[in-house]
Unconditional design. Sequence first.
Length: 234
Amino acid sequence: MSITIQQPEDRFVTQIGWLDSKHSMNFGEHHDRAHEQHGLLLVNNDDIVAPSSGFGTHGHRDMEIVTWVLSGQLAHRDSEGNDGLLYPGLAQRMSAGSGIRHSEMNPSPDEAVHFIQMWVFPDTNGIKPGYQQMDINAELAKGGLVPIASGKGHDAAIAIHQRDAVLWGARLQPRESVTLPDDPRVHTFVALGSAELETGDLLAQGAAARLTDAGEVRLTAGADGAEVLVWATA
């Protein structure tokens, strides 16, 4: 049983003018043994993209890519003919499968877009590429942890091709508490606000807690509330 805390300032940083990206895990040229994947979660990028800019067309293979917008809007277009305009509360999944090319652009001329992009390994390689999006604002408004992306058949969540992974999310009111999933590996990321584990570990915005065989652990939002993203995997 272990709990490892990654503070916001411990993340890797990529800044290239139009992009301010912070990486909770190894990504691109950034690599350190302390930042390896956690369970099936390979990437957790916290991105801010300037107005009228973004990621031009590029390719992926054999990866389940989930994108979650915190503020602003993000326009998606891919080689399978899918177009989507992402906004807060709209979950998006792109299955790269046997190969897909896509772009992610900020269509606003004056507002930055802030989003989290997460990659998990699929349970089957070489599948036909796919795309899904779903507005789950109504579910989030009910309170507590709700499934955002699931390989276990949750109805009110986008589906991912990984039977051993679920992404849970919550918009917690000030001092609201939830119990984290009791899975072998749990990655808890504070996307907005702040929170505290029952162990006394404080998580500022951008911090993450990596739990391994930790059982049920309570998480409580700070004085201003919190938006959290929790991957529960094998």
